[in-house]
Design a protein around this ligand. Structure first.
Ligand SMILES: *[C@@H]1O[C@H](CO)[C@@H](O)[C@H](O)[C@H]1NC(C)=O
Ligand SMILES: *[C@@H]1O[C@H](CO)[C@@H](O)[C@H](O)[C@H]1NC(C)=O
Ligand SMILES: *[C@@H]1O[C@H](CO)[C@@H](O)[C@H](O)[C@H]1NC(C)=O
Length: 404
């Protein structure tokens, strides 16, 4: 039984972890684990717990992202605090019968289904049918989700005919995990997951550039209908490469690769995309700082800045890609470059709040294709302290970095 096995490894890893990481954490000294500090700080603030800041129930992809990270932290430390926080947060957003609160199916938001992997995980560990009911509710959306003529899921009803990189992270990790766990022989589903990544990549890959640097990464999204003013005349792609969209995509690649069958077309597609993109992401880092610009397609332009959520996502995805053997790094140059980025993050974006918690800085609050989607738009958006999209990514990055 999975739960039993998990409990046993938990005890063992807990003891060895505690020996290697003394728990005393003075206010001024560096913490023994940034992963633990980040997680404990999020928990102390009640972040990612199925509720918004006013205590209202909230179905949020950010919570899904944090829960994914807490699951990995639980698996590496064996500390039940993290598992329990996932359970209580997920319990806040479902009824006892498994119906999902704050869910509006007709909005067809890929964002809404990012909590799905949490439900699947809790179904796996507890066997409680309410979690399967909740996962089934979100999975049903994908059967009716509107698509472009080529088959790409729209980002939302509100953004017709548009594929955004963000949506691959929000929708396809869940799609893959659901299929692996509950319908492993569903070839149609595996092929559809493959199609989502293929279409997104082919329609957004930067192949030429006007005055922008051609860095060969993926534009934020595309409008298949080319109705938006920002849509390019070739594939309808948006004008800039935004670091967090690229970060979501890189995380989706490494996380989904772990889930899709090794002999599937999807596995080959994702692996090929990851091995193509990984060196380009490394090359796009600022040579001095080691981290990445908010608008990656215009490095160094006045008003552009180093943004923290994208950086943390790249660190996680690249370190995990190398650790899992998806990305070759024979000379260690990728791990070295990413370690430099991680050290920049810790030195510049982690602040001791003085009350035992840490603050996480410099995460841009949003990036959307709803308006001009140009350079001036991206740099006009505020950064927010302790933004969970960035803090959860820092937790993920720290889990990987601390395994090196
Ligand atoms: C688990 O984590 C919590 C929060 O950091 C901590 O207070 C507790 O001591 C940890 N438990 C163990 C067994 O390490
Ligand atoms: C398999 O996946 C497809 C595509 O998502 C879906 O329409 C279909 O209902 C699934 N089939 C089964 C037997 O679950
Ligand atoms: C490229 O830069 C030149 C000179 O700064 C400018 O005149 C031109 O409009 C720019 N082209 C594009 C497509 O941005």
């Amino acid at each position: 039984m999975l739960t039993r096995a998990l409990a046993l490894t938990s005890l063992l890893s807990c003891a060895s972890y505690a020996a290697a990481h003394p728990t005393s954490r003075s206010v001024s000294a560096a913490p023994s684990s940034y992963a633990i500090w980040a997680a404990d700080s999020a928990i102390a603030r009640g972040q990612g717990h199925g509720l918004d800041s006013d205590g209202n129930v909230q179905l949020s992809y950010e919570h899904g992202e944090l829960q994914w990270a807490l699951r990995l932290l639980y698996e590496s430390t064996g500390n039940e605090t993290y598992y329990d926080y996932i359970v209580s947060g997920a319990t806040n957003i479902i009824e006892d019968d498994g119906s999902v609160l704050d869910y509006v199916p007709e909005e067809n938001q890929l964002d809404s289904i990012r909590v799905g992997p949490t439900f699947l995980y809790l179904y796996e560990t507890t066997g409680d049918e309410k979690w399967k009911t909740a996962a089934d509710t979100l999975r049903a959306q994908l059967d009716v989700h509107p698509r472009t003529e080529e088959g790409q899921f729209w980002h939302k009803t509100r953004y017709p005919e548009q594929g955004w990189l963000d949506g691959i992270y929000m929708g396809d990790i869940f799609y893959a995990q659901y299929t692996a766990q509950l319908e492993p022989d569903n070839i149609t589903a595996w092929d559809d997951i493959n199609l989502q990544f293929e279409l997104m990549y082919d329609n957004t890959l930067q192949s030429t550039a006007a005055n922008n640097t051609n860095i060969g990464l993926l534009y934020h999204g595309y409008d298949y209908s080319q109705a938006q003013t920002w849509a390019s005349s070739d594939r309808g792609h948006s004008p800039e490469i935004w670091d967090r969209a690229m970060g979501w995509y890189m995380m989706a690649l490494v996380d989904t690769l772990d889930i899709v069958p090794a002999d599937s077309t999807a596995h080959a597609t994702l692996l090929s995309q990851l091995t193509d993109l990984a060196p380009k992401v490394v090359a796009a880092a600022d040579p001095d700082a080691g981290v990445w610009w908010l608008v990656m397609s215009q490095p160094g332009r006045e008003g552009n800045y180093f943004e923290s959520s994208g950086a943390a996502m790249f660190v996680y995805a690249l370190l995990k890609g190398v650790r899992e053997g998806y990305v070759a790094d024979a000379d260690g140059s990728i791990v070295a470059a990413v370690s430099k980025a991680y050290e920049y993050m810790v030195d510049n974006w982690v602040e001791d709040a003085g009350d035992g918690t840490m603050n996480w800085e410099a995460t841009v609050s949003v990036g959307s294709l709803s308006g001009a989607s140009d350079f001036d738009y991206y740099i006009s958006v505020d950064t927010v302290e302790n933004d969970l999209k960035g803090l959860a990514a820092f937790l993920l990055a720290s889990i990987e970095y601390e395994q090196l």
